[in-house]
Design a protein around this ligand. Sequence first.
Ligand SMILES: O=C(O)CCC(=O)C(=O)O
Ligand SMILES: [Fe+2]
Length: 359
Amino acid sequence: MAPTLADPFSDSSALTDFVINQGNGVKGLSEMGLRALPKRYIQPVEERMCMTNIIVQEFIPIIDMSKWEDPKVAKSICDAASKWGFFQIVNHDVPVEVLEKVKDATYRFFGLPAEVKNKYSKEHSSSNNVRFGTSFSPQAEKALEWKDYLSLFYVSEEEASALWPSVCREQVLDYMKKSEVVIKQLLQVLMKGLHVNEIDETKESLLMGSMRTNLNYYPICPSPELTVGVGRHSDVSTLTILLQDEIGGLYVRGNQGDNWIHVPPIKGSLVINVGDALQIMSNGRYRSVEHRVVANGRKNRISVPIFVNPRPGDMIGPLPELVASGEKPIYKQVLYSDYVKHFFRKAHDGKKTVEFAEL
Ligand SMILES: O=C(O)CCC(=O)C(=O)O
Ligand SMILES: [Fe+2]
């Protein structure tokens, strides 16, 4: 049968070829003006966001970082990390121009022709540290996610100069560099909340020894209610620092049952969330909480998370200080790179990755 505009990709290999092999991504699909969502993006009903499950009375805390050393502020950070796993920060030290510039850079990168972006794909990239892709793990997923991304693992300025796309390199480096101050403040407060009062070099490296920045692009979707931007998952990081634009669409699992809380965009703010590595290292005191992004039928959306991680070669487990104080460990020691591999081997599946480290 001849392809139609309703579904020119009824043949799944034609879709894979266009979206993945040629580097058009979902942005390419979106810009074709498709009237129907290709089948491969149709999520099972239970993975779609059901609007009746959104709670509007609750919201994640908004924390003013200008007085981060004030014990009341410190307590609100630790409480938020335990109760919600998510909060937003305002009055942090990352200049608003730095945030605006990294958003502009994200649009510049995704505005490049497919064949240019495709130089950074898994097939063509000269390094695993630079990766342009689409969805989450297309080889492992039954249904795809409506998102394209560029993922940049930081090794050194020299490597970034040699390998990162020039349209966004400086802006991403600056965003990472300027975020370091607030990352250290947050980790200091969170460690103090566990009675770990000193972050020496070894501990600093364990908590924030590697960083990855993703540029996420969620283009306009023909049937947003049938698919997802990002499926339910928790991050594998220690902490994630997320810059989102003004569109909205990020939801966090609330404390009761299948309830979801919207994370409203606040200009100049950053969203902070606890990742699995910190849940494990804090022996469950701080929680990595499931979150998801809906697809949008009217607007393109971008976000720029920095994943603050242990180094791939680190062993992670409940911190020795917690175990020494008599606490019973609920997680074992695991090699961080094994943990991350386990995460990427499967489709997004809520909080299942953490079972890998359970005792
Ligand atoms: O785009 C967002 O708001 C969140 C993205 C996200 O959860 C992730 O990249 O891990
Ligand atoms: Fe996430």
